[in-house]
Design a protein around this ligand. Structure first.
Ligand SMILES: [Zn+2]
Length: 121
C-alpha cells in the first residue's frame, strides 16, 4: 500500500521536475524578447502561475516523501486524524484531511481578499 504511493509520488516528482526544467528555458527565452505584447505578458503570467503551482506540488511531494520516512504519511498535519485513502488516491501528497484542507483554503482566501482590499485602498 505505502509502496504504491511511494511509486506514485516518485513518478509524479520526476514528471514535474522535467516539466519545470523545460519551462525555465521558455521563461528565459521570453524575457529576452524586448517586444513584449500584451498577449505575451498574459501568457507569461499564466505560465508563471502554473509554474508556481508545479513548484508547490513538487514541494508537497517532497514533504510527503519525508513523512513516509517518518512513518507519518497519511496522517493529517493539522488535526492528526487519518487522511481517507480515497483522498490519498486522488492527491497522494495531501498533507491534510479534507476537513482541514477546506478550512485552510477558506483562511487563505480570506487572507488574500483582505490583502487585495487593503492594497487597493
Ligand atoms: Zn485534519
Amino acid at each position: 500500500m505505502l509502496d504504491n504511493f511511494k511509486n506514485l509520488l516518485s513518478e509524479k516528482r520526476q514528471e514535474l521536475a522535467e516539466k519545470l526544467s523545460n519551462r525555465e528555458e521558455i521563461a528565459i527565452e521570453r524575457s529576452s524578447d524586448a517586444l513584449d505584447s500584451v498577449q505575451r505578458s498574459a501568457e507569461r503570467e499564466y505560465a508563471i502561475s502554473s509554474l508556481d503551482r508545479d513548484w508547490q506540488t513538487l514541494k508537497d511531494i517532497d514533504l510527503a516523501l519525508e513523512r513516509m520516512e517518518d512513518g507519518e504519511y497519511g496522517t493529517c498535519q493539522r488535526c492528526e486524524e487519518e487522511i481517507s485513502p480515497k483522498r490519498l488516491k486522488a492527491i497522494p501528497w495531501a498533507a491534510y484531511c479534507i476537513t482541514c484542507q477546506e478550512k485552510i483554503d477558506r483562511e487563505r482566501r480570506n487572507y488574500r481578499e483582505e490583502f487585495v482590499l487593503s492594497d487597493a485602498a
